[in-house]
Design a protein around this ligand. Structure first.
Ligand SMILES: Cc1cc2nc3c(=O)[nH]c(=O)nc-3n(C[C@H](O)[C@H](O)[C@H](O)COP(=O)(O)O)c2cc1C
Length: 113
C-alpha cells in the first residue's frame, strides 16, 4: 500500500513538515510505501480557470504539479498537513486543490460538473 503525505507549509522545516513526518511514522512501521511532497520545495502555479482540463483531463501549466498528479495516481491514502492561514489553508495548497479540477474523477462521478 502506498501513502502520500503532503506538507503544505511554505516554510522549510515548518511545523507542518514535522507533524507530517510524525503522522507518517506508523505507516513506515507498517511497511507501507511512503512518499512525501513538501510544498516548501515546489512551484505550483495558480489555476487560471480556462477549464481546458475539463476536456484534456490535464492542466496545460508545466510545473511541479505534474509530480503531484503522478503521486495521486499511485497512492492508496493521502495525508495533508497544513498550517491555518486566516482560518483557511495556505495559498500554495489552495493552488494545488484548484489544479485538480481536471482530474475530478469524471469516470467515477459523472454527475460532478
Ligand atoms: C498569513 C498567516 C495567517 C495565519 N492565520 C492563522 C489563523 O487563522 N489561525 C491560527 O491559529 N494561526 C494562524 N497562523 C499561524 C500559523 O498557522 C502557525 O504559525 C503554524 O504553526 C505555522 O505552521 P508552519 O510552521 O507549518 O508554517 C497564520 C500564519 C500566517 C503566516
Amino acid at each position: 500500500m502506498n501513502i502520500l503525505g503532503i506538507s503544505a507549509t511554505p516554510r522549510k522545516n515548518g511545523n507542518s513538515e514535522i507533524l507530517l513526518n510524525s503522522a507518517l511514522e506508523p505507516f513506515v512501521e507498517a511497511n507501507w510505501e511512503v512518499s512525501r511532497i513538501l510544498l516548501s520545495e515546489k512551484k505550483i502555479g495558480m489555476c487560471i480557470g480556462c477549464e481546458s482540463c475539463c476536456e484534456s483531463l490535464k492542466c496545460f501549466i508545466d510545473d511541479d504539479m505534474s509530480e503531484v498528479y503522478e503521486a495521486f495516481k499511485i497512492c492508496d491514502a493521502l495525508i495533508i498537513s497544513a498550517p491555518a492561514y486566516w482560518r483557511n489553508v495556505p495559498a500554495q495548497l489552495k493552488a494545488l486543490f484548484d489544479r485538480t479540477y481536471g482530474i475530478k474523477s469524471k469516470p467515477l462521478n459523472p454527475t460532478f460538473e
